[in-house]
Design a protein around this ligand. Structure first.
Ligand code: ATP
Length: 481
């Protein structure tokens, strides 16, 4: 439903969630800025992931590695040689396209069976890296450039997705001066594997988690924060004994799905997609896909990475990446030295924001026989809402603002509150619905008499009288769920 997708994008801009980057200069393609509510929402998701993965799993610790890494890192990881996609340029429009995106977009517009046949053919050619075949496929199907409408294509070529930049002096000292903006956070974990294991006295199995920016020079179709050039990943590498990867892979598939369901999103909005064609580092891999308004798409990847990364870092750095396992093996003797295997869980923070927004967004018709009415409401789980409580004195006089201010002061150190005294109460409620605030509290004249306030619930719009002194505890309880 592309209309819903577009409506969410407009809503995000209008209510201070997400803006195109450097918008006054017409924006920068596939780069976005989070506004006052978007950054709160994103932070709440990040914090929830972090707490769930580290605090609630005693054998997982977190780190925060630098974005810049030694250039050899990316040779060892395979990114210099393998992190590329086949692309094609249109000679007339000078536009560059990822071949798979170009063909997928064309297939989407075809009748179902024809589209599927085209994609199957594409998959085969991609797997064989048959670039001439891919070009022929594009030409035979008369696939046009979306900008110029012509099909005057160059040959298909590989382009690396990493951004390179110069480090230190910029005077043509050759490739040694090149550093990359990391295309994934995982390598910062691998190169620190022994630092953390030794200083933290970690015993296998254990995990290292990290949240941070990653950069990829994606060739994009317009997909909002779904595919960005600068984005944030939340990754965890779980180090295990070789031979146990099947069990741990299954364990993490299930465990990560539990996290997704704990966001209050129903199970039928998700599906697993097992990879048939595996990345260069994996012996099993799947995606968790969510049913976005633009269809089922990947939010998270779970990968059994074997000892690929640690083994390569050992080879390139000439530093041992081994772990000594003192536990007794089947023959009673310790397992001894080995390079651990790794299960990775890798989720995009921005895609998760997009998922939470898509799930929460609802346009409701509230018309009655007397008058037409509607609202847009973001039904976030309270723990993720940017603002938890709106405090609204009914009038700007009679001591009502003072009581409201006292409540604000009581609550604001514990959770995010929003104070507003302008406009009708109905308009104020609507604005809070639009940013997903779960509770509004109204202070009126009765408050002065009996110490009660009206609390209004976002989703049901039900209003109740409760004691002013119970407000804080009620909100705190709701955001812990
Ligand atoms: P895709 O196939 O969609 O390009 P990927 O398989 O390359 O994604 P991974 O390398 O497995 O993605 O990265 C892990 C996660 O990081 C993805 O599941 C996604 O949520 C997120 N991610 C990857 N690339 C981007 C991007 N360009 N913009 C936003 N999030 C991204």
């Amino acid at each position: 439903d592309n209309n819903k997708f577009q409506a969410i994008i407009s809503h995000c801009k209008e209510y201070g969630f997400i803006f195109p980057s450097s918008e006054i200069y017409d924006g920068l393609s596939a780069v976005y800025d989070y506004g006052q509510y978007g950054s709160e929402l994103k932070k709440n998701i990040r914090d929830y992931w972090w707490k769930w993965m580290t605090q609630l799993h005693e054998n997982i610790v977190g780190i925060d590695a630098a974005i810049f890494m030694h250039p050899t890192t990316w040779k060892a990881s395979g990114h210099v040689d393998n992190f590329s996609d086949p692309m094609i340029d249109n000679k007339d429009s000078k536009k560059r396209y990822r071949v798979d995106h170009l063909i997928e977009a064309h297939a989407d517009a075809l009748p179902k069976e024809q589209g599927e046949a085209l994609l199957a053919e594409m998959d085969q050619l991609l797997a064989k890296e048959d670039f001439a075949g891919l070009k022929t496929l594009i030409e035979n199907n008369k696939i046009k450039c979306s900008v110029s409408g012509t099909c005057n294509w160059t040959d298909v070529r590989q382009f690396n997705l990493m951004f390179a930049t110069e480090f230190g002096a910029v005077s043509g000292e050759g490739d040694d001066n090149m550093v990359y903006l990391r295309p994934e956070t995982a390598q910062g974990i691998f190169v620190n594997f022994l630092n953390v294991q030794k200083t933290g006295r970690m015993k296998i199995p254990f995990g290292i988690a990290q949240v941070g920016k990653a950069f990829r020079n994606e060739i994009v179709a317009r997909q909002f924060i779904f595919r960005m050039r600068e984005f944030e990943q939340m990754e965890m590498q779980f180090f295990i004994r070789p031979g146990t990867q099947k069990e741990w892979y299954e364990y993490w598939k299930e465990e990560r799905m539990k996290w997704h369901l704990s966001l209050g999103i129903p199970a039928d909005r998700y599906r697993f997609h097992d990879h048939v064609k595996l990345a260069h580092y994996a012996d099993a891999a799947c995606d968790i896909e969510y049913d976005f308004p633009i269809g089922f798409k990947e939010v998270e990847g779970i990968h059994s990475r074997t000892d690929f990364d640690l083994r390569n870092h050992q080879e390139y750095s000439k530093k041992k990446m081994q772990y000594f396992d003192n536990d007794p093996g089947p023959d009673g003797k310790p397992y001894g030295n080995y390079i651990p295997y790794v299960i990775e869980t890798s989720i995009g923070l921005d895609r998760t924001v997009m998922m939470v927004l898509s799930e929460a967004y609802e346009e409701q018709d509230l018309s009655t026989a007397e008058k037409a009415d509607s609202r847009v409401v973001l039904k976030f789980p309270p723990k993720l809402s940017p603002v938890k409580l709106a405090i609204l004195p009914l009038m700007k006089k009679d001591g009502l603002p003072e009581i409201a201010r006292d409540l604000m002061n009581e609550c604001k150190a514990s959770f995010r509150c929003f104070y507003e005294e302008k406009d009708t109460i109905g308009k104020r409620y609507r604005r809070q619905d639009a940013i997903g605030t779960p509770f509004c509290v109204t202070i009126d004249h009765q408050t002065k008499e009996d110490g009660t306030v009206t609390i209004r619930h976002r989703d049901s719009m039900v209003q109740q009288r409760i004691l002013l002194k119970d407000v804080k505890e009620m909100v705190e309880k709701a955001i812990q769920e």
